[in-house]
Design a protein around this ligand. Structure first.
Ligand SMILES: [Zn+2]
Length: 561
């Protein structure tokens, strides 16, 4: 009887409270039915997703409308990240954001082009005043695209509060059809102390899940002693697409009382990096799957509501406990998983000794490790907890642990290059060796005299590499001396092996022309509708520079009338 009652009580807690956010203020930014390829705060690499990814029927060029009246408060164009992005500030203090756009409405587009030609740069960032570009609700502001770090055509849409913290747009009545329960893919249990044991073991374990007729799950029973915690791998699907999206809320219960909660309503950009501590970072790096921990130690993330002892569960001898996890989507479709925990001293065995190295990182101290020509500086509070780091130097290669610990701050790696001759010094950069094949990837490298410095949050193996090969530049849709009178676009492919492309500059008859860079297709594109190429004979010159300063110059000519 008691069990039934408490279950009843739990269920009644979830009747959704009326929220305080305006419900009819923001309209949908597209004219098509809203189908999502990404939900708010879903787990991405090194960040939570800040908005909704709305699918655009595999096309670009769909009309994007202002979700509410206001003015353009910011425009940012970059070849990575959000690509072409527009921000509209609204009189009620919220801001809406539209990203990966193909292009803007004619009025905004001409405003931006003026700035791009004035600054001679494709990448720009503008902060506008209220009177510059006023916007009416539902008016055309842009066309959807696939620019920046977008992996397929879609519109990225955000609503931010007055502190520029992204919020779940669904809270404002942006409606997405969803009658599908979240899917619980796996449940893990973690010993949280050296003297904690689960099934006589001091290591994390994956629990077998059995679905029941209602679509909920039972995990296999466990026997435990000491302090333990759980972790869950879960996704949500909406009704109209098979995309694996993020869930809205996760709560846990120990013997009927609430124990821990993850509430994906709002976060700030300064805390988004703590996602790497919310997930089991080592498991993610090794298995590409994200287990969300249902307990915390030093994680300041605001989406974690620590109800009872940070989700840490202490199991005593001769006890029986029931642990439940409830996963819900925004429409309150829910899935439960239940675990029976038997407390037993019989589970106690000898703990495994921790692996020690001579180098202990105390999270409260600055630490320098150096050997030979390589030096590493860890600053206070770089990691969430102390650990023994592997540190090994062989000539110009540094083994700095494995990428198994999440860092919340950069640390600094320095290579002394004074033993190289002056010509070679200019071509060196720091690489991180990635994957089983140790693929060398460029790490942003600064040079101070005879020292190369990389600042990074990733542990792993680092080395020096040389790039002596200049970028390549090839015309795509025209040939030297060709008439291009009926052409709309001028396209060129650029590429660089080694350190990668850092910048480019294109001119016609000595005048700068705008060429948009798409790194995914390695293409530079000029739009003749910019109306800056007005001569009949046009000498095109493009200079491309890589990250260590190797240049290539491509020169040709074409005709237009
Ligand atoms: Zn997105």
């Amino acid at each position: 009887m008691r069990l039934i009652l408490s279950f009843f009580f739990i269920t009644s807690l979830f009747v959704q409270a009326q929220n305080n956010y305006p419900q009819d203020y923001f309209s949908a930014p597209l004219e098509i039915p809203l189908i999502l390829s990404g939900t708010f705060a879903e787990l991405r690499s090194n960040h939570f997703h800040a908005g909704l990814d709305i699918k655009t029927q595999r096309r670009t060029g769909l009309k994007v409308k202002a979700s509410a009246s206001g003015y353009v408060s910011r425009i940012k164009i970059s070849h990575f990240g959000y690509g072409k992005a527009l921000y509209i500030a609204h009189p009620n203090g919220y801001t809406t954001v539209y990203a990966h756009l193909q292009k803007f409405s004619p009025e905004i587009e001409s405003y931006i082009k003026k700035e791009q030609y004035r600054k001679e740069s494709y990448e720009i960032e503008l902060f506008q005043k209220a009177e510059d570009l006023k916007i009416q609700k539902d008016s055309l502001i842009a066309y959807s695209g696939n620019t920046g770090g977008s992996g397929g055509p879609h519109l990225h849409f955000e609503i931010r509060d007055n502190a520029q913290r992204p919020m779940n747009p669904m809270l404002f009545g942006i409606d997405i059809k969803d009658n599908t329960n979240p899917i619980i893919k796996s449940l893990f249990v973690y010993p949280l102390k050296n003297e904690s044991f689960i099934n006589k073991n001091n290591e994390k374990q994956k629990l077998r899940l059995t679905p029941n007729a209602q679509g909920d799950y039972y995990a296999e029973d466990i026997e435990a002693i000491g302090t333990i915690g759980f972790g869950i791998e879960t996704i949500d699907r909406q009704d109209l697409a098979a995309n694996s999206n993020g869930v809205y809320n996760i709560q846990t219960f120990l013997n009927g009382s609430r124990n821990f909660e993850l509430d994906f309503k709002r976060f700030s950009f300064t805390e988004t990096k703590h996602i790497n501590e919310l997930i089991d970072y080592e498991y993610y790096i090794k298995n590409k799957a994200r287990i969300q921990k249902l307990f915390k130690k030093n994680n300041p993330l605001s989406i974690i509501k620590s109800v009872e002892k940070d989700g840490h569960i202490t199991i005593a001898d001769s006890t029986n406990s029931v642990y439940k996890v409830r996963v819900a989507d925004y429409k309150n479709n829910e899935s439960w998983v239940t675990v029976q925990i038997k407390g037993s001293n019989a589970s106690k065995t000898t703990p495994k000794p921790t692996k020690k190295t001579p180098f202990y990182i105390n999270e409260n101290q600055d630490i320098n490790l150096s050997e030979g020509r390589i030096s590493v500086d860890f600053y206070k509070n770089t990691f969430y907890e102390g650990f023994y780091v592997d540190f090994e130097v062989k000539n110009d290669t540094l083994k700095l642990h494995e990428d198994t610990k999440a860092a919340k701050k950069n640390f600094s790696i320095s290579f002394d290059i004074s033993h190289y001759n002056n010509q070679d010094k200019n071509k060196l950069y720091i690489v991180r060796l990635v994957g089983s094949k140790n693929y060398p990837t460029y790490t942003y490298t600064k040079r101070k005299g005879d020292v190369l410095i990389a600042n990074t949050k990733k542990l792993g193996t680092f080395a020096l590499a040389t790039d002596t090969i200049s970028p390549t530049i090839k015309p795509v849709n025209f040939k030297k001396g060709q008439w291009l009178s009926n052409y709309r676009f001028l396209k060129v492919k650029i590429d660089d092996t080694g350190s990668g492309i850092s910048k480019y500059r294109a001119t016609v008859n000595g005048k700068w022309i705008l060429m948009e860079y798409d790194y995914k297709t390695k293409t530079l594109t000029h739009d003749f509708n910019d109306n800056v190429i007005l001569d009949t004979k046009n000498n095109l010159k493009i200079i491309v520079t890589d990250n260590v300063g190797n240049n290539s110059t491509f020169e040709t000519f074409f005709y237009r009338k």
